[in-house]
Write a protein that binds this ligand. Structure first.
Ligand SMILES: CC(C)(COP(=O)(O)OP(=O)(O)OC[C@H]1O[C@@H](n2cnc3c(N)ncnc32)[C@H](O)[C@@H]1OP(=O)(O)O)[C@@H](O)C(=O)NCCC(=O)NCCS
Length: 177
């Protein structure tokens, strides 16, 4: 996977020793409440270790899940995802063929522009890599995430039930042919 760098952040591969941070992040209801259908918090370190294993093994030339780390101080701040998004339908959900960008940050690092800075770098990387389209979906109530979508240039398309068996706000960016 490609390491990305912004003014304040490094986006790097997740390492097994990051499991404590992953558990701290995903065990918080304020982080997890708009993620998943239905949302569920992480409850133990083994789940964090398994999540890191899956993130390190995406099996795709462009898709990746990055650990977002502050350059100053080195603290982990959150997760940036570029991955296949499942279509709505019968369980288990199947890939839609579209690529989703997403972000999950620790509350200690909200309100400082870090999510937008990291997401902009991943969106640029996705487009530079030739992906024809990147989508983002948020729960209708997740206004903080919708603001990130707009700040990085994703275009609001209204609501859709196309993905995750859920009604979501849909944002898209289409690459130039
Ligand atoms: C969604 C989420 C990442 C948004 O985080 P965030 O910190 O609000 O987003 P940003 O990085 O864009 O920060 C923007 C805020 O920082 C402020 N800010 C402070 N310093 C800044 C700087 N140097 N540059 C830019 N913005 C700055 C902005 O004014 C803005 O505040 P506002 O929203 O009150 O206007 C965060 O709420 C989160 O992780 N939620 C839980 C997981 C989740 O729901 N993920 C999305 C699922 S769809």
């Amino acid at each position: 996977m490609k390491t990305l760098e912004t003014e304040r952040l490094i986006l790097r591969q997740w390492e097994p020793e990051d499991a404590d941070f992953v558990l701290d992040l995903y065990s918080r209801w304020e982080v997890q409440r708009f993620i998943g259908n239905p949302p569920q918090v992480m409850t133990n370190r083994a789940q964090a270790e398994e999540r890191i294993r899956a993130w390190r093994d995406m099996g795709h030339p462009v898709h990746a899940v990055w650990a977002v780390q502050l350059k100053a101080g080195g603290q982990l701040a959150g997760t940036l995802l570029l991955k296949s998004i499942p279509a709505s339908g019968r369980l288990p959900l199947q890939p839609s063929g579209d690529t989703e960008i997403g972000w999950h940050f620790h509350p200690d690092f909200w309100g400082q522009g870090y999510a937008t800075e990291a997401a902009a770098a991943v969106l640029a990387y996705a487009m530079d890599s030739g992906l024809p389209k990147v989508v983002a979906v948020t729960a209708p109530a997740n206004t903080a995430s919708q603001k990130v979508c707009s700040r990085i240039g994703l275009v609001h398309q209204g609501q859709t039930g196309r993905y995750y068996n859920a009604l979501c706000e849909l944002f898209e960016l289409t690459g130039s042919p």
